[in-house]
Design a protein around this ligand. Structure first.
Ligand code: NAP
Length: 518
């Protein structure tokens, strides 16, 4: 039987008392390790995090906490090879895709370490300018942001076991709030190992970082009024979290990052072969295949002027055809596996659902897995679908509401700019849209038009063709999250991320009292 990973809670390593759930290699099918949270005293563990971890973190200044994050970065950097080995085995990702998760997580942590240095030797933040309340200027109101007195519970998705932890933990710890992370079971190993390395290095105060692997049962029940919960995952689980008594009765603050049918839009006016057209084809192929399409930000719908449908189908398919799929240990392989058999089945089902309303322009079945047993490996080739004409784009409801969490996207022809906007809006709110074109004014107008429906609009014009950071890459400097179907959450965005972990309060007093707060 494989090793049982321990949980870290209440300042000690503790094994669950059950048999555990096995984690598998999605390419070879081997059992790797087991996780289990049965019998943990969650309430006591959470109390320790709040009382010991929270108090120790709050006693530090922002600059001291920033130094603590920088120390954690060093620990993680020294162990990168171990993390890559776990990602290859448990997520089935090729090296470049593992990097998005592992190095993306470490980069995000180091970005917050640098940001925190600039916040100085303070223990709370000022919010805006003082406002005069009475006739005389002596009595004023000043808003402050103070770290919340609870803990931050992270319930994470399987696709980013590293980045998903650090993109949330960095702003929480910098804010002075202790963290309990519950990784998705399928890929919990990498999260657990990273927590273990940072805990054992002794760079964080006791209780500042805990990990619970296995069942989520009881986690929400153990939350108290000043705690916050940040959830990433499916809309169905998000609905359970939102309706839990912790949120509805105890006012636990909640952030939801859910699924999303993201768009790429080629504006009118750029012919096949133009720079903007080629940039679209390149980005779409990259987005569809990176991490086998298992990114919440991946492009799912590609909008092109109706006259360019055939040319776009050809250009994207030509790039997809070059993708070698299979065992990530083989140097020739560019795209690894889906994360589990459950995901493989879900992708096959979702694809069939879309194929009922769309034609297949490039068939993933053409990609036989390299160096892998097709009966065992959770590998699928990239599939490009299309709705053929603008009338087809209108008629299909599924392409606008189905997120297939794999290397699948649909080409959607539109009649004119207004029609494109209308079709994109049928996604009901997404994390990100990318725009392609060469007319800066038209791109700016389209970006503002799409902004209310998206957390981020990524604009790719020829001048930034070689510079831009990628449609699906979440940069810590920019907002991550999206309205409506995407969950309505907000993460990252530089210092904005700290808001979630602070309480805002107004202090009304004499300016003699308020002045020393600066
Ligand atoms: P999921 O099934 O909703 O699981 C997400 C997390 O919730 C896992 O840790 C899961 O634990 C836990 N969970 C399950 N049931 C729960 C319950 N009743 N109470 C509390 N926690 C519970 O989602 P998934 O299939 O792993 O993730 C894929 C989805 O996440 C995709 O739709 C993707 O778009 C979305 N996603 C969004 C973002 C974003 O930033 N917006 C990022 C990545 C992924 P177990 O694993 O133990 O079941």
């Amino acid at each position: 039987m494989s090793d049982l990973l321990k949980n870290y809670l209440g300042g000690r390593w503790v094994a669950g008392s059950g048999a555990g759930t096995a984690l598998f290699d999605p390419v070879l099918g081997d059992e790797l390790v087991r996780v289990d949270a049965t019998g943990l005293d969650l309430r006591a563990g959470f109390a320790f995090a709040r009382e010991s971890g929270g108090a120790a973190l709050r006693a530090m200044t922002y600059r001291e906490r920033a130094a603590m994050l920088a120390a954690a970065v060093k620990v993680l950097q020294a162990k990168r090879d171990d993390y890559y080995a776990i990602a290859t085995a448990n997520s089935g990702t090729v090296k470049n895709d593992s990097a998005v998760d592992i190095d993306g997580g470490i980069y995000t942590l180091s970005t917050y370490a640098k940001l925190g240095e600039g916040l100085g030797e303070r223990r709370f933040l000022l919010d805006g300018e003082p406002a005069r309340l009475a006739k005389e200027p002596l009595f004023q109101s000043r808003h402050v942001l103070v770290p919340t007195r609870g803990l931050a519970l992270f319930i994470n998705a399987f696709n980013f076991p590293s980045w998903g932890l650090w993109e949330k933990a960095a702003p929480a710890l910098l804010s002075g709030v202790p963290v309990v992370v519950k990784p998705a079971t399928a890929t919990a190993w990498l999260t657990q190992r990273m927590v273990q390395d940072v805990v054992e290095a002794g760079v964080l105060p006791a209780g500042a970082l805990s990990v619970v692997c296995g069942s989520s049962a009881g986690l929400m029940d153990a939350l108290e009024p000043f705690d916050v919960v940040s959830f990433t995952g499916s809309a169905d689980t998000a609905a359970l979290i939102r309706s839990h008594a912790a949120v509805t009765q105890r006012s636990v603050r909640v952030n939801i990052e859910a699924d999303s049918v993201n768009s790429a839009l080629l504006l009118e006016g750029d012919a096949p072969g133009s720079e903007a057209f080629e940039l679209l084809a390149k980005e779409v192929a990259r987005e569809m295949t990176q991490k086998s399409g298992q990114k919440c930000t991946a492009i799912r719908r590609i909008f092109v002027p109706e006259a360019l449908y055939g040319a776009a189908a050809e250009a994207i398919s030509a790039r997809l055809a070059k993708t070698t799929v299979g065992n990530p240990r083989n140097e020739a392989v560019r795209m690894g596996a889906l994360v589990s058999r459950a995901q493989l089945n879900a992708v096959r089902e979702g694809l069939a659902r879309l194929q009922a309303q769309a034609e297949t322009l490039h068939d993933g079945a053409r990609h036989a897995p390299v160096d892998a047993d097709a009966a065992i490996a959770c590998c699928v080739g990239p599939t490009l679908l299309g709705t053929r004409n603008a009338a087809g784009s209108d008629a299909s409801d599924r392409i606008h509401d189905t997120e297939v969490f794999g290397p699948v996207a649909t080409l959607v022809p539109y009649r004119d700019a207004a029609h494109a906007q209308q079709l994109i809006a049928r996604g009901q709110g997404s994390l990100v849209a990318s725009l392609y074109g060469s007319d800066p004014k038209a791109l700016a107008d389209a970006a503002i038009e799409l902004a209310p429906l998206h957390g981020r609009v990524h604009v790719i014009s020829p001048d930034v063709g070689a510079l831009h950071t990628g449609h699906g890459n979440v940069m810590p400097q920019s907002l991550h999250g999206g309205p409506g179907r995407a969950g309505g959450g907000e993460e990252l965005g530089g210092a904005r991320a700290l808001n979630f972990y602070h309480r805002r309060a107004a202090i009304q007093a004499s300016t003699a009292v308020l002045d020393p707060l600066v």
